[in-house]
Design a protein around this ligand. Structure first.
Ligand code: ASP
Ligand code: MG
Length: 451
């Protein structure tokens, strides 16, 4: 069994649904289980409905009607077989009715509960799965949509429900596996589950990846493929480096680090359940079916490739904050005083370096930075540099290879580097420079490291 996951943009219109149906059709022999997100921006629109109701503002029903029109039109375009079209309408129309009924009820009550929010947000995936199944069935594939509430068991944390792995595994075994064994292709809406009472929950925005990962783990899938509209994971952002190359493989740790450092394609928490269980995970491009994509491995045996960096990540619009105090000389408790301020203002520190009398940190730039500086000034001398960017070279090889550091600094020799971090335990070497030099820095680093 193979789990194939398609995101919202992959099913945003008829052309996209057709492409995805073609990709799945070519893989039927591998017993695919398909996980799909809501079409396009449907979840955003559902959230908009909830926010309007919550603010007691008009317009919710009009959005529901536009969602209805879009989905009904999509069915007519992609579910070309008449009998299948009727089956699909019969599955999707009750979901739309439920949306409208819930809107009326919430308007009357003047209350939007967390539980109702989940029920409404889940509707996007409850419609996209039957539509994709109908499109596949119109091509002669024995596809069936499966209610995600019967597959993904969760706790009752509305809006961010946690999957119960053991219960989900037993449901996958009883619901999905028999379908695959019969030669059918189950299509499951992502992002949605049900709590022990059978009430609909959602896993948090972007949660379809987690659905796919938990199913792949539960059925011990031969593979888990995330189909996106990019060429897997690249050596750099292709908008900056035109000859950025797709990576054939990357470790889970490297992929996670890239996400935290600003350039991730997948959220580590979503793929972890599958990676941990040893399921081979691949990121693939739905516009380039023949390209093998990027494999995400649990670990990589040291080999020739392992002496190179994996990728370059970056974050723009950061602030560099320097805290200077001679009181730090030989004194204790100073760091605590400084970081208490960050804690109080709920500011997350990204990178940090210290010397005897300086603490330098990076944070996201924004309105809170002047507030932070003012409070820190009560304990030390503070300087803030705005409009800076962090560029990170990521790779497990950084821990083992002396040569990478020298290549990094050679590449940056004409750029004023304001700050550097690298600790032996991490898989990144990060530098801070002015926003304006970001493109030059990345282009030069890429040429030196991957050229
Ligand atoms: N449709 C949900 C969202 O947009 C879940 C997902 O796409 O993964 O957040
Ligand atoms: Mg989405």
């Amino acid at each position: 069994m193979l789990v194939m996951k398609f995101g919202g943009t992959s099913v945003k219109n008829a052309e996209a649904v057709d492409r995805v149906s073609g990709i799945i059709s070519a893989r039927v022999a591998e017993q695919p289980i398909v996980v799909v997100s809501a079409t396009g921006d449907t979840t955003d629109r559902l959230v908009e409905i909830l926010d309007l109701l919550d603010d007691n503002k008009p317009g919710a029903m009009a959005i529901a009607e536009s969602i209805e029109a879009k989905h009904l039109a999509l069915i007519k375009e992609v579910v070309t077989d008449e009998a299948q079209q009727n089956i699909t309408f019969e599955k999707v129309q009750p979901e739309i009715k439920r949306l409208k009924d819930m809107i009326s009820a919430m308007e009357r009550l003047g209350d939007v509960s967390m539980r109702s929010r989940d029920a409404v947000q889940a509707l996007g995936e409850r419609m996209s799965a039957p539509i994709l199944a109908g499109s596949l069935a119109s091509r002669g594939i024995d596809a069936v949509s499966v209610d995600p509430g019967t597959v993904i068991a969760t706790d009752s944390t509305w809006g961010a429900a946690k999957p119960d792995f053991a219960q989900t595994q037993s449901q996958c075994t009883s619901v999905l596996v028999p379908l695959c064994k019969k030669g059918q292709v189950p299509v499951v809406g992502g992002f949605v589950g049900a709590n022990p009472k059978g009430i609909i929950t959602t896993l948090g925005r972007g949660g379809s990846d987690l659905t796919a990962s938990v199913i792949a783990r539960s059925v011990a899938a031969t593979g888990l493929e995330f189909w996106k509209d990019v060429d897997g994971i690249l050596t750099a952002d292709p908008r900056i480096v035109s000859d950025a190359k797709p990576l054939s493989e990357i470790t889970f740790e490297e992929a996670s680090e890239l996400t935290f450092l600003g350039s991730g394609v997948l959220h580590p928490a979503s793929i972890q359940p599958a990676v941990e269980a040893g399921v081979p995970v691949t990121v693939r491009n739905s516009y380039k079916q023949d390209s093998p994509g990027t494999k995400i491995l649990k670990s990589r045996a040291p080999n020739v490739d392992n002496t190179t960096a994996a990728s370059i990540a970056y974050k723009k619009n950061q602030a560099l904050i320097n805290v200077y105090s001679t009181r730090m000389l030989g004194a204790s408790g100073f760091l605590r005083k400084v970081f208490e301020v960050f804690d109080r203002l709920n500011i997350s520190v990204d990178h940090i370096a210290t010397s005897e009398v300086n603490i330098t940190v990076t944070v996201d730039d924004g309105d809170v930075v002047p507030v932070l500086a003012k409070e820190l000034e009560e304990v030390a001398t503070v300087t803030v540099t705005h409009n800076v960017a962090i560029v990170s070279v990521v790779g497990e090889a950084l821990r083992q290879t002396a040569g990478i550091g020298s290549k990094v600094f050679t590449a940056l020799k004409d750029i004023n580097v304001l700050f550097i971090t690298h600790s032996g335990a991490t898989t990144n070497l990060s530098v801070v420079l002015e926003n304006e030099r970001l493109n030059d820095a990345i282009t030069s680093l890429h040429a030196h490291l991957f050229g």
